[in-house]
Design a binder for this molecule. Structure first.
Ligand code: PMP
Length: 360
């Protein structure tokens, strides 16, 4: 088996050990005589998988008992609408921090269903750092405050959470969930598309505090009603069973690695190596303030943008795939989620040094 070093931002590489396990038990999962993708979602074989998956996630993130865990469909983008439909039911207003491309998308969608106050905007500084504590302009009557703790495209992370004055903090954790420990109690709701650190696309994980499940607006599509989904165990209709099963294998793998503190340490080492290589050279550049740099997505630019095509082509020939930046900002980007081993980052840094020697 040949596995490339895949730096895709998502769908992203999954641990090779998980791939091997899927291959091994594909025709007969857990002695059931069926693949997980063939099981009835309401049958005992799949129910056991669903429950173990949730239990392992609760273990990993130390999810308190008064939070529900949901496995939904429609990706993180579906949540952009689901959030205001379910949570903007008091004043009908919500605070959003605009920290990059994805929070911009969340804001645009929320504006269709509620009044959005942009309580902090990183755009004037080119998304190179998050607001400082005194810079937020919150609406004290807003029903919730939304942040994107890790902006996948700009490679920008929040080193500290904004003060919300007791209002629920809602976080799009798509590209950083499970990369380090977090305190679920800091949030009213956490959501994350699966295709980076969780499993295959098709699943969106939601962790929501019970008291926020007061019921959605009346015209909310039933599948987007979080209270109804919680009551139905995320099975109002057929859930993406295979993706759910693979997520369970990834959670088991994370536990075997030693949990999120171990992953965080590995992720710091990996990202540190890459940022060091960028900062040590005049050939590569990353514009994000040091304390706000993402551990998961490392965008970088060449002093001579004409060389980008050649960089991507030669990298691919060396087995280093998907290093193109997002079409919204161009440049290059290495996504180094949990499944990317240190060895892969070392291979990339070696290639970057060599490329600079040849073209710098
Ligand atoms: N939010 C963030 C932070 C993302 O990185 C992405 C996808 N890259 C999305 C939302 C959209 O996710 P999906 O395609 O699952 O809807």
């Amino acid at each position: 088996m040949t596995r490339a070093w895949n730096f895709s931002a998502g769908p992203a590489m999954l641990p090779t050990a998980v791939m091997e396990r899927i291959a091994e038990e594909l025709p007969d999962t857990n002695g059931s005589g069926m693949s997980a993708m063939e099981m009835s979602h309401r049958g005992t074989a799949f129910q056991a998988i669903a429950q173990a998956t949730e239990a392992d996630l609760r273990d990993l993130l130390d999810v308190p008992d008064d939070y529900r865990v949901l496995f939904l469909q429609g990706g993180a983008t579906a949540l952009f609408a689901t959030l205001p439909l379910n949570l903007a039911n008091g004043s009908g207003r919500a605070d959003y921090i605009h920290s990059g491309h994805w929070s911009g998308k969340a804001i645009a969608e929320a504006r269709r269903y509620c009044r959005v106050n942009v309580a902090g905007d990183c755009e004037p500084r080119g998304f190179s750092r998050v607001p400082e504590a005194g810079e937020y302009r919150m609406d004290p009557a807003a029903d919730y405050v939304h942040i994107t703790p890790n902006e996948t495209i700009h490679g920008l992370r929040f080193p500290e959470l904004p003060e919300t004055g007791g209002r629920p903090l809602v976080a799009d954790y798509s590209s950083a969930i499970l990369s380090e420990p977090l305190d679920v109690r800091d949030y009213g709701l956490i959501y994350a598309g699966a295709q980076k650190n969780i499993g295959p696309a098709g699943l969106c994980l939601v962790i929501v505090r019970d008291d926020l499940l007061t019921g959605a607006r009346e015209d909310t599509p039933s599948l987007m009603d979080l209270r109804a989904q919680a009551q139905a165990g995320s099975m109002l209709n057929t859930p993406p069973t295979f993706a759910w099963y693979v997520a369970g294998l990834v959670f088991q793998w994370l536990k075997e690695q030693g949990g999120l503190a171990v992953m965080a340490e590995r992720n710091r080492v990996k990202a540190g190596l890459l940022y060091q290589a960028i900062d040590d050279s005049d050939f590569y550049r990353n514009p994000v303030a040091a304390e706000c740099r993402s551990l998961m997505n490392v965008p970088f630019f060449l002093a001579d943008p004409q060389l980008e095509g050649r960089f991507k082509q030669e990298a691919a020939e060396a087995g280093l795939l998907n290093l193109g930046g997002h079409r919204a900002i161009g440049g290059l980007r290495a996504s180094i989620y949990n499944a990317m081993p240190l060895e892969g980052v070392k291979a990339l840094v070696g290639f970057m040094n060599d490329f600079e020697r040849r073209y710098g």
